[in-house]
Design a protein around this ligand. Structure first.
Ligand SMILES: [Zn+2]
Length: 284
């Protein structure tokens, strides 16, 4: 079982703002903080953090790699988990209940395709296709979005057509490529899993990216010219290079309307409950 929870929900500032504010007061020089209060929120860009460099310069100090690292580690040490959302289209929920979310492997990809095509393509043929498929960044990783609505409105592919990696199997056969997509539209259940991902499982670039976002959003709210929550960009995602055991899945749901990136018409999902959430009440 998990220990006491301290979970960051990026788009629910109440879950992190007090702690992040305290770290900033503790670490960022006072004169830099005064400068930041006067800086319009919309001039703060979390991808470069240049505004923070300028604030430090204004205070006669330097926001170098040591100061950056100190800020990142101090903020992250306040929390244990990050609330993140994973979109997929399972054929069955048994393995999710038992094993949680698992990373993509070549064997798993072949198994999914075998089931998707109702065993009409021999498994060893699919294994051979999976063996030579160009899976690039997908292999061995699990992907998440920080916001469920953004996942449904901007990353609907996974909910409607399942794993994108399937496309990599059919590079020499366009008809199977299209059949794979159309079969997936009919099979499986569009599902969003809400998970608590241990922050220590995030790799360096995502750890700093997350902290830069929290720090910047806090300062944007704090500015004399704030950027309100409704205007924040919610399209942020990350991956972890490992499985996420079932204990870390908090709940799940099945969105009814999903924006289809391959069509101008939104996808209507009629399977808005499954045996798991209908009988065990995991939705929430
Ligand atoms: Zn369900």
């Amino acid at each position: 079982m998990l220990g006491p929870k301290s979970t960051v929900e990026l788009f629910r500032p109440a879950s992190w703002r007090l702690k992040v504010g305290a770290v900033i007061r503790d670490i960022v020089p006072r004169r830099a903080r005064v400068y930041l209060k006067d800086l319009p929120g919309e001039e703060m860009y979390n991808d470069t953090m240049k505004y923070m460099e300028e604030a430090y310069m204004h205070a006669g100090e330097y926001f170098g790699s040591k100061a950056r690292e100190n800020l990142i580690e101090s903020v992250l040490s306040q929390f244990t988990y990050f609330r993140a959302f994973h979109g997929c289209r399972p054929f069955s929920f048994e393995s999710y209940k038992r094993d949680g979310l698992v990373v993509l492997t070549r064997q798993r990809l072949a198994n999914i395709a075998f089931e998707l095509f109702d065993k009409t393509i021999p498994l060893n043929e699919l294994q051979q296709l999976a063996e030579v498929a160009d899976l690039q960044t997908r292999l061995g990783n699990l992907y998440f979005c920080a916001n469920a609505e953004a996942l449904i409105s901007r990353c609907g592919y996974y909910l409607i057509y399942g794993s994108e990696a399937l496309n990599c199997l059919w590079k020499d056969c366009l008809s199977r490529f299209h059949e794979s997509q159309s079969r997936h539209r009919e099979k499986g259940t569009p599902t969003v899993f809400a998970c608590d991902v241990p922050l220590e499982w995030l790799q360096e670039g995502y750890r700093s990216g997350l902290v830069n976002k929290m720090v910047t959003h806090h300062l944007q709210l704090n500015s004399k010219w704030p950027v309100p929550l409704e205007e924040w960009n919610r399209n942020w995602g990350f991956c972890i290079p490992r499985d996420l055991p079932a204990d870390y899945i908090r709940n799940h749901f099945h969105p009814a309307i999903i924006r289809d990136p391959l069509s101008s018409v939104s996808y209507t999902n009629l399977k808005t409950t499954c045996g798991w959430c209908a009988h065990e009440g995991t939705t929430g």
